[in-house]
Each structure stands twice: as structure tokens, then as C-alpha cells.
Design a protein around this ligand. Structure first.
Ligand code: SF4
Ligand code: SF4
Ligand code: FES
Length: 237
């Protein structure tokens, strides 16, 4: 059996890479590698995961320089000459080893108005939203976000401007702007129209290239820019 040489970030803001040797096997994921290290070689290694099937968004790390969900990333796809370098996600404070503090990421969802605001009660009939309507299709295109933070780590504008709301929060806002049941559209557009909002995006596409669920935050942000401009022309902002 061949072995994989793995270097893993240990520490917090200050730290170092520590080397481990991990046996390789077919269909091995990067999360399998980290789990092997923690269970067999070094129980003090801190990392985060929950579902192992690409649903929960908690296992993202920097793998050989790029942010990825690790439970669905096969070693064969990313190892270079039998080597892996694992670091925590960029643009977030490190708590320990591979675990980042996601509070600033989710606080920005709140700042972007990322919560549905409805007016219906349980005695109202179901809302009927046609699946082929443009708004429904725009919302559906961004709705499968698992909150993994990969796009946020990939975004250079977040790196330059820590106030920038970032691709995931803005994508979430776009899904709600397109939800005809939501009642907070104008407040949400105000929330994302400022200097730290959609206009700060430089359309680099890194978020879209890296998103593991094939969402395009870049397209969502472009939609927000159009919606803000239209609302401003209509005197609503
Ligand atoms: S398209 Fe915008 S949000 Fe996405 S990575 Fe580029 S600057 Fe960041
Ligand atoms: S948009 Fe994609 S990369 Fe960003 S948090 Fe959601 S699932 Fe992850
Ligand atoms: S462990 Fe849940 S997405 Fe990877």
C-alpha cells in the first residue's frame, strides 16, 4: 500500500505545518485522511465535520491551496505527487488547527437580510409560485447553498475588505429578493446596496469556480446590482 505525505496546519493564527504519513486506498476522501490522522496518529488534531455526504457544509478546508469541501473531494483528484497540504479556510479567524470561527460569515447573512420575512398565517392558503416563473428560477438557482464558506474563502474582495458581505450572504439575499412571499424586499435591497454590499464585488468569479454545489454567487450578485439600480430609479431606496 502506498502512503500519502500530509502536512497539516497546527495552531491558530500562529502555528506551523506538521507532517503525517497516511496509508492510501481507493476512493479515499480528504476528510478520510484527516479522520485517520485524528483517530490513529494524533488525537489532539481539531477539525470539523458532521454529515460526510456534502449536506452540512462543515468540513471545508484549504486543500493544496484551494478551498474545498473535504468529504466529497477525492484524494486522487487533488494530491500532487502523493502530497497534501491542509490548512483552515482563508478569510476567517482560526480557532485551532483546521477549525475556523464562522461567526463573521454568518453574521453577514444576518446583515444582508438573509432571513425570510413573511406575512401569511397558518390559516392562509398555500402560496402558489409557478416553477417556470423567472423569479422562481432565479431563487432556485441559488437555493442549494450549504453554508460551507468555500466561496467566502475564495473571494479576494473579502480578503481586502473584511466588511464586505461576501458571495454566500449576497447569494442568500438574492434568493429572498426573488421570493414573492417575502415582505422585506426593499429593506433587504437597502441592506446590500452600501459600500460593503453587492457593488463591492469585482466579478472575479472565484466564488463561482469553487462552489461545490455549482451555485453562481457572481450571477446572484449581478442580479442584486440590477435590482438595486431599478429600485433606486423607482425612488424606493
Ligand atoms: S465574483 Fe464577487 S463575490 Fe465572487 S469571488 Fe469575485 S469578488 Fe468575490
Ligand atoms: S454559495 Fe456555494 S461555496 Fe458558497 S457557502 Fe454556499 S454552497 Fe458553499
Ligand atoms: S461533512 Fe457535511 S458537507 Fe462535508
Amino acid at each position: 500500500m502506498t502512503a500519502l505525505q500530509v502536512e497539516v496546519w497546527r495552531g491558530a493564527a500562529e502555528g506551523r505545518l506538521q507532517r503525517y504519513e497516511v496509508p492510501r486506498y481507493p476512493s479515499q476522501t480528504v476528510l478520510d485522511v484527516v479522520t485517520h490522522i485524528q483517530r490513529k496518529l494524533d488525537p489532539t488534531l481539531a477539525y470539523r465535520y458532521a454529515c460526510r455526504v456534502g449536506m452540512c457544509g462543515s468540513c471545508a478546508m484549504t486543500v493544496n491551496g484551494a478551498p474545498r469541501w473535504t468529504c466529497r473531494t477525492h484524494v486522487d483528484k487533488v494530491a500532487r505527487h502523493g502530497r497534501l497540504e491542509l490548512r483552515p479556510l482563508r478569510n476567517l479567524p482560526v480557532i485551532r488547527d483546521l477549525v475556523t470561527d464562522m461567526r463573521s460569515f454568518f453574521d453577514k447573512w444576518e446583515r444582508a437580510g438573509g432571513r425570510f420575512e413573511g406575512a401569511s398565517t397558518k390559516s392562509d392558503d398555500f402560496a402558489r409560485v409557478r416553477p417556470d416563473s423567472a423569479a422562481r428560477q432565479a431563487a432556485d438557482a441559488g437555493i442549494e447553498c450549504i453554508g460551507c464558506g468555500v466561496c467566502y474563502a475564495a473571494c479576494d474582495v473579502v480578503n481586502w475588505n473584511r466588511d464586505y458581505l461576501g458571495p454566500a450572504a449576497l447569494n442568500r439575499a438574492w434568493t429572498l429578493v426573488n421570493d414573492p412571499r417575502d415582505t422585506a424586499r426593499v429593506a433587504r435591497l437597502r441592506a446590500i446596496a452600501g459600500d460593503a454590499g453587492c457593488h463591492a464585488c469585482h466579478t472575479h468569479m472565484s466564488c463561482t469556480e469553487r462552489c461545490p454545489t455549482h451555485i453562481s454567487p457572481t450571477a446572484s450578485i449581478a442580479g442584486l446590482k440590477r435590482a438595486v439600480a431599478k429600485a433606486a430609479l423607482e425612488g424606493k431606496l
